[in-house]
Design a protein around this ligand. Sequence first.
Ligand code: AMP
Length: 238
Amino acid sequence: MTHATRVTAPRGGSTTETRILVMVGAPGAGKGTQSQRLAARLGLPSVSTGDLFRAALRDDSPLGRSVRPYIERGSLVPDEITVQVIADRLTQPDAAAGIILDGFPRTRAQAAALDELCAERRMSVLAALYIDVELEELVARLGGRQVCGAPESHSFHPRGNPPRVAGRCDVDGTALHEREDDKPATVRARLREQLAPMYEVVDHYNGTGALCTIAGDQPIDEVTRELVRAVERRSARA
Ligand code: AMP
């Protein structure tokens, strides 16, 4: 990767509008890995609600205590908690030019809440990038996934995305471990509970015209290339 693609400002409009990229995909589709790659390419922060919740769990903050039961059983955290976390995050200065949302919205109600936040502030959803991966492939990927201890949890898998040194993160060298909610019983619960609302989110952005679908069963670099191309197309059209 040799150059950074810029998310261009809206044509004829103010340069201060926040352009939001939404990553949509089932657990295991590669949202986290791809949004970190997109963040580097586009020069935008990538924010994962899962990472924000895991940090709150580690700190045992009031937010952590309220979300713990949902995360431990693989359920979605209630919309009002999740929307508030994102609303707060969007006000931070590093989000002024744009932001990549990894794992939000995850329900139709969250998508509608994000539309409302956009209407109230100078923000718009430039693209909803849907990484489409078949169910059997998701199950295979979640079993065996390994993440590091960094707040943004870099993720690896023996199939397709192995670390250069076994058991060590390529990015920061910390030890890799299996996520508690990647254990087989929780994986099945997460997929069972999270797929139906995800399809509603896909449907929502299909309706608004922001949806870009990318086949997620390709090599990682190809998925990144297609995502960048999709953002460039949307950016040129906006
Ligand atoms: P992730 O790292 O994206 O797989 O998220 C880990 C867990 O955090 C999920 O299984 C949910 O329990 C919770 N979570 C993350 N994002 C959301 C969201 N947008 N809405 C509700 N729960 C979420």
